[in-house]
Design a protein around this ligand. Structure first.
Ligand SMILES: [Zn+2]
Length: 351
């Protein structure tokens, strides 16, 4: 998710929608509202009066009339986070389709649902989406939900990673500095980090937001090289606040979405770890192995830290503890001691 706090703006025509990350899906439908409880598939039916048309997650699976309402049926054929289940209703949605040739060899359907006034923007969305999908597939593996496809749906709020029906409210704007559409870049990353691999508790929301935000720098690296990726990370560093620990409390459905350090501080933690590993091919293999090993699984911090430790051949407990549990990041202090002709650096790490 990006910036859902108070960013709603009215659509040109009456519309309905829901985005509930943080608060949870029990905001609008009954369920055991905990991230560890993820359905393996979902069937969705929405009955609305004319002229409304409904877009939801997954694949369209028909429509029928009930009294004066039209009922729209959608099917999600993969596991899905409950907060990702959603719908969009507006009178003038036009759905335009395209395809993406995945690294897996599959042809992934692309679905763009735009309000009538913006149907000329579909080429822009398709071009941006394919560019992002290509880079993320390179690092993280094939697009995770090829049957259901990739979708962008025009929304009255900025953005949300609703699986196969991403909310798009960025008004077709490229970032002036970096040249990409930020909402497409960020929310598409969640198809891997958050939707495919999911934190089992809101306490660990840094897993989806942090890896997803770090993925943005890999997108920069894919198209413009490592130094551009570092410049991008530096541009985000000022948003680290160190006001709350990244790690939230377990088992209380803590709403972590307003702690922006789960995004930027975690991204910097991962970048720092890459530097510490000092072996890019090993590092990138580790990211890919996370996706392959926890495919459609809910995971905990303990599992992630142990798995990465095995992949990278080091005990990562103290490292993750320093960045996730402590308010201030670790500080490297050093002094130079003169020993004969040579200066010798003695470093200590304060946590
Ligand atoms: Zn996000």
């Amino acid at each position: 998710m990006v910036g859902l706090s108070g960013v709603g703006r009215p659509m040109a025509s009456p519309g309905l929608g829901v985005a509930c990350q943080g608060l949870g899906a029990s905001l609008w439908w009954p369920l055991k509202d905990h991230l560890s409880d993820e359905p393996d598939s979902v069937s969705l039916t929405f009955c609305v009066p004319p002229p409304l048309r409904v877009i939801a997650n997954g694949q369209p699976a028909g429509q029928f009339l009930r009294h004066t309402d039209t009922c729209f049926v959608w099917r999600v054929t993969y596991p899905i986070n409950t907060y990702n289940v959603t719908f969009y209703a507006a009178p003038s949605y036009i759905v335009q389709e395209d395809t993406f040739h995945s690294l897996s060899g599959e042809v992934v359907p692309l679905r763009f649902a735009l309000l009538q006034a913006h149907t000329d923007k579909v080429a822009y969305l398709a071009e941006q989406s394919k560019k992002v999908l290509r880079a993320y597939e390179h690092y993280f593996g094939p697009f995770p939900v090829p049957r259901d496809g990739f979708g962008l749906v025009e929304s009255p709020y900025y953005g949300m990673e609703h699986q196969s029906a991403i909310a798009y409210g960025n008004r077709f704007r490229l970032d002036r500095t970096w040249g990409f559409d930020y909402i497409i870049l960020h929310e598409t990353g969640h198809e891997w980090w958050g939707n495919h691999l999911t934190a089992a508790d809101n306490a660990d929301l840094w897993i989806q937001e942090g890896f997803c935000t770090y993925g943005e720098s890999l997108f920069m690296e894919y198209y413009q090289g490592y130094s551009a990726a570092v410049r991008y990370l530096v541009s985000q560093r000022g948003q680290i606040q160190n006001r709350f620990p990244v790690q939230g409390p377990y088992c209380v459905n803590a709403d972590q979405t307003r702690n922006t350090d789960i995004y930027y501080k975690t991204a910097w933690m991962l970048h720092t770890l890459r530097s510490r590993v000092a072996n890019d091919s090993l590092w990138l293999r580790c990211l890919r192995a996370l996706q392959d090993s926890f495919s459609f699984r809910t995971v905990s911090r303990a599992e992630i830290v142990a798995f990465m430790g095995r992949q990278l051949n080091q005990d990562l407990e103290p490292f993750f503890r320093a960045y996730l549990d402590h308010l201030r990041p670790p500080v490297l202090s050093y002094r130079v001691v003169q020993e004969g002709e040579k200066g010798v650096s003695l470093g200590t790490l304060d946590m």
